[in-house]
Design a protein around this ligand. Structure first.
Ligand code: F6R
Length: 606
């Protein structure tokens, strides 16, 4: 949430900042703005494109800070857009995070005569810096004193209007990366804007403060002691994503489904031994042998992937699994034994709630693992060990290819754990073989996407819908409903099909359709009964079924057929038509599919 970028160097700062904001826009798009030394600031409501237009005549400059906002405190408006400055117009600040004690700080500053312009929590930061300068501190000291006063989370880039070269930076809970390019230095919330420029990166840790110029960076603790953080080569995975021939990133990313599975399994399946090789887990392989319980944490789509993981790991590895929404885990008192491991699933690797769950688990001394897509992200770095998805950048705010990859990696993890325990060679081989067949099966689904487009058009004007499934496909019902909700704004509820008669059936009539996921699996007959119960109440049914099923057409208004695979892997196939269904509805409604209202890609506030 919120993206920040700063640049000091010999290329035009304005272009570097605006291009960077475009790459970061998926983190928030309520407003954007920049401040460039000697040139001043420009702000605009809405998309970065508006800022670009407004700044056409602004000079390039060489050093500046910029921000794209996901509103937390205060409506999206120019006044609330960053950068925020103090009343003396000396301190300029861009901030990702939340100043939790801002009310208290604001009251104190107001009493000493400071007049606030915005409704944001951020504005207290430049005002505090200036209040310390007034008391005789230099800018650097004033910045450190301010950090000592604020409570909450922050990724901060700050400039002094009296200094055209330095950018002051601090990190606490919100990610910040220094990018080193031949023509200067960047600071950014993630490495997406750095891909085209930086040859190496330096990841800041919580508590780090840095001073950046075009030629150097120095990192300190908040007490002012020098800190050394190594430079890492810019990961090749961070190619800047382009939409190419597609209208939206969401469509492009769904169409990458087959490649995503290939990338997740590449070099990992050892078919002869019926096992998988997961390099990222080697260092903890012995500890994993002792584990008798896994708690999977994640948010939204990643949480639903975790739910599929629960079924797979329990069935194939015989290890007890609980799946928990990350924001709940940390506020409970979970019973954790030394033989419990926490597994965090996160595309971005920056989700604040998931990160905090990991920190809580670490405080309790248990093993922490991650399934993460973004290389070098906070979750990847803070967990004891983990598995990368290698799904490539996901830009559409609605997660699609990452989900496919997460479930694939969870299946690999189940085989890894299973083969450490009592899973047979034959079973290990069978899962490995089926995983290897998935890419071509996904391709066959994608090749029939026009069928889905037609079906989607028939459902696009409904107000509500249910999405139901059982066992392995119950989480897919949740995930399918989430996709419909977030991109098409249709109220969709995901339900376990067996739960229909315990309440939701009451809503069914001819205006309230249901999407049923009913592949040929061990709960197929039960699903058919549930579909019949809906039909008996005049409910319209769109079913996702297995190719060759000759019965399902008789009980459904619309059917989409997916290829057969083993039950545990059906979610990886059944989710694809649901993703396309949601996409086509949203597109037909003319909505901004990649940037649904009120959302942001990377949720770095709690
Ligand atoms: C939904 C969606 C979100 C994310 C959730 C977790 O389409 O994208 O629900 O899945 O915010 O994000 P990550 O996986 O980055 O931790």
């Amino acid at each position: 949430m919120c993206g920040i970028i700063a640049y000091a160097g010999t290329k035009g700062a304005k272009d570097m900042l605006i291009d960077g904001l475009e790459a970061l826009e998926y983190r928030g798009y309520d407003s954007s703005g920049f401040y460039i030394a000697k040139e001043g600031s420009v702000k605009s409501v809405g998309r970065v494109a508006n800022l670009r237009e407004k700044a056409v005549k602004a000079k390039q400059g060489s050093t500046g800070i910029a921000h794209t906002r996901w509103a937390t405190h205060g409506v999206p408006s120019e006044v609330n857009a960053h950068p925020h400055m103090g009343s003396q117009k000396r301190a300029y600040v861009v901030h990702n995070g939340i100043v939790e004690n801002y009310q208290e700080l604001k009251e104190g500053l107001k009493k000493s005569g400071v007049i606030f312009k915005s409704e944001t929590d951020t504005e207290v930061i430049p005002q505090l810096i200036e209040s310390y300068i007034e008391k005789g501190f230099d800018f650097h000291q004033a910045f450190l004193k301010t950090l000592g006063d604020i409570r909450g989370t922050y990724g901060l880039a700050v400039m002094d209007a009296f200094d055209n070269e330095k950018i002051y930076v601090a990190r606490m809970g919100s990610p910040l990366i220094i990018g080193i390019a031949d023509h200067g230095r960047f600071v950014a919330s993630d490495n997406s804007p750095l891909a085209r420029h930086a040859h190496s990166v330096v990841y800041l840790n919580d508590g780090d403060v840095a001073i950046i110029t075009g030629n150097e960076h120095e990192i300190f603790s908040q007490k002012g002691e020098r800190v050394l953080r190594g430079e890492e080569k810019m990961s090749a995975d961070v190619a800047r994503a382009e939409k190419g021939e597609y209208k939206h990133f969401m469509e492009k990313e769904i169409m990458e489904g087959a490649r995503v599975v290939e990338n997740a399994i590449r070099g990992r399946i050892e078919i002869d031994d019926g096992t998988v090789k997961l390099g990222g887990l080697e260092s903890v392989a012995d500890r994993l042998r002792e584990i008798d319980r896994i708690i999977i944490v994640g948010c939204g789509t990643a949480y639903y992937a975790g739910l599929v993981g629960e079924y797979i790991i329990e069935e194939y590895a015989g290890v007890s699994v609980e799946v928990e929404i990350a924001s709940e885990f940390r506020y409970r008192k979970p019973v954790l034994t030394p033989r419990t491991a926490l597994l965090a699933v996160s595309q971005s690797g920056e989700t604040a709630d998931t990160l905090e769950a990991i920190r809580e688990a670490k405080r309790k001394g248990i093993l922490t693992l991650g399934i993460v897509n973004v290389v070098g992200s906070s979750i990847a770095r803070e967990t004891d060990a983990g598995i990368y998805n290698h799904a490539g950048p996901e830009i559409g705010v609605a997660s699609t290819k990452a989900f496919i990859s997460q479930v694939t990696v969870l299946a690999l993890f189940a085989v890894f754990l299973g083969r450490q325990r009592s899973m047979s060679l034959v079973t290990g081989r069978r899962i490995g073989q089926e995983l290897m067949l998935l890419p071509q099966k996904i391709e066959s689904i994608l090749s029939k996407r026009d069928e889905l487009k037609k079906i989607a058009l028939a459902y696009k004007d409904v107000r509500d819908m249910l999405v139901i499934g059982r066992k392995y496909n119950m989480p897919i019902a949740y995930e399918g409903a989430l996709k419909v909700k977030e991109v098409s704004y249709i109220h969709a509820e995901g339900y376990g099909a067996g739960e229909m008669k315990h309440g939701p059936l009451a809503m069914i009539d001819e205006h309230f359709p249901t999407v049923a996921i009913a592949p040929k699996d061990s709960v197929y007959e039960k699903n058919i009964s549930n579909i019949q119960e809906i039909r008996a109440r005049k409910g319209k049914i769109f079913t996702i079924a297995t190719e060759g099923d000759s019965v399902i057409g008789e009980v459904s208004n619309d059917v989409f057929y997916i290829p057969h695979t083993i039950e545990a892997l059906t979610p990886i196939l059944s989710v694809v038509p649901l993703q396309l269904f949601a996409y086509y509805i949203a597109d037909a409604k003319g909505l901004d599919v990649d940037k649904p209202k009120n959302l942001a890609k990377s949720v770095t506030v709690e």
